[in-house]
Design a protein around this ligand. Structure first.
Ligand code: GDP
Length: 289
């Protein structure tokens, strides 16, 4: 998954061959800086990480072990954003989640993956097809719902996603669903209309949480867009899709550090079971190889 970043981080670790070798630590730090840059880690995140790793290594006595431990500790600290992990159920069902993101980010697929994840946990799930922007989105969600065997609410005659979302929530309440996942419209880029529509859906259904699906493959753009969604709509969690294709690996660090919203799940493939709860430790182990 992260062959390139793991390889170059290993390079930096291998620079330290002897104990208390300050010059070697300097070289290791320079090498680490380069690997973080190559891995698309945001410069502010990288700077903070490096400063802390250097300080911590010096504090514990320069050596390969203390460098690795400092690196693990600091990576963990950055990834462990305060807040929820995985899925959180509301005390008053249905737990309503708004799924947001740019077109092509993997929003509809992730909606299906989450539905499947919840279904295997014996939850009664309803998905709502409110992405009326992309022609095939409703059809795609119908197929996914059928595949993972969850119910879907759609209305081919209704053009207003706010009405569909509201009606879906009514149904979910009346028929005692545990969870309602609302797939909302994406755009190729952020625009006013998209944001206004999302804001309208949000105020109509008052969701328990808003998930932002970020495409790992878009690097720095994923971070920037997540910040904009956070500012304009408010997001409670990020799902990093296409993490399987992210050989650079830095986007998780940048989002956790720069957006300040917890990473909740990662998408690790195109299939419905390819969704994992985001666990910082696991990502750190992958980064370090
Ligand atoms: P939407 O426009 O945001 O709803 O995007 P889609 O859900 O249609 O996904 C766009 C493409 O990304 C599809 O081909 C999906 O199969 C693919 N995709 C979504 N999530 C993942 C993932 O975690 N890994 C991989 N490899 N592909 C994914």
């Amino acid at each position: 998954m992260f062959d390139s970043i793991t390889g170059s981080i290993r390079n930096s670790i291998n620079k330290i061959r002897h104990k208390d070798d300050a010059a070697a630590l300097k070289k290791a730090i320079t090498e680490l800086k380069k690997s973080l840059l190559k891995a698309d880690v945001h410069h502010k995140t990288s700077k903070e990480l490096i400063t802390e790793v250097e300080l911590e290594t010096k504090r514990n006595g320069i050596g390969q072990d203390s460098f690795v431990n400092a690196l693990k500790q600091e990576l963990n600290k950055i990834l462990s954003t305060e807040g929820n992990q995985g899925f959180v159920f509301s005390n008053t069902p249905p737990t309503t989640i708004l799924m947001t993101g740019l077109q092509g980010s993997g929003k509809t697929t992730t909606t299906g993956k989450l539905a499947s994840y919840l279904k295997t946990r014996k939850k009664k799930v309803l998905v709502a097809a409110c992405d009326l922007q992309r022609l095939a989105a409703v059809e795609q969600l119908k197929q996914i719902a059928q595949q993972v065997e969850v119910d879907i609410y759609f209305d081919d005659n209704e053009k207003n996603p706010v009405v569909i979302a509201k009606n879906a929530q009514e149904k979910a309440k009346k028929e005692l669903y545990d969870v309602l996942l609302i797939d909302t419209a994406g755009r190729l880029a952020i625009d006013e209309e998209l944001m206004n529509q999302l804001a309208d859906v949000k105020s109509a259904v008052n969701p328990d949480e808003i998930f932002y699906v970020a495409d790992s493959l878009t690097g720095h753009d994923a971070t920037k867009t997540a910040i904009t969604f956070k500012e304009k709509i408010g997001i409670d969690g990020v799902v990093l899709s296409k993490y399987d294709g992210d050989t650079k690996g830095g986007v998780a660090l940048s989002i956790a550090h720069q957006v300040g919203v917890p990473l909740r799940f990662i998408g690790t493939g195109e299939k419905m079971p390819d969704l994992e709860v985001f666990i910082p430790d696991r990502i750190v182990s992958r980064l370090l190889g």
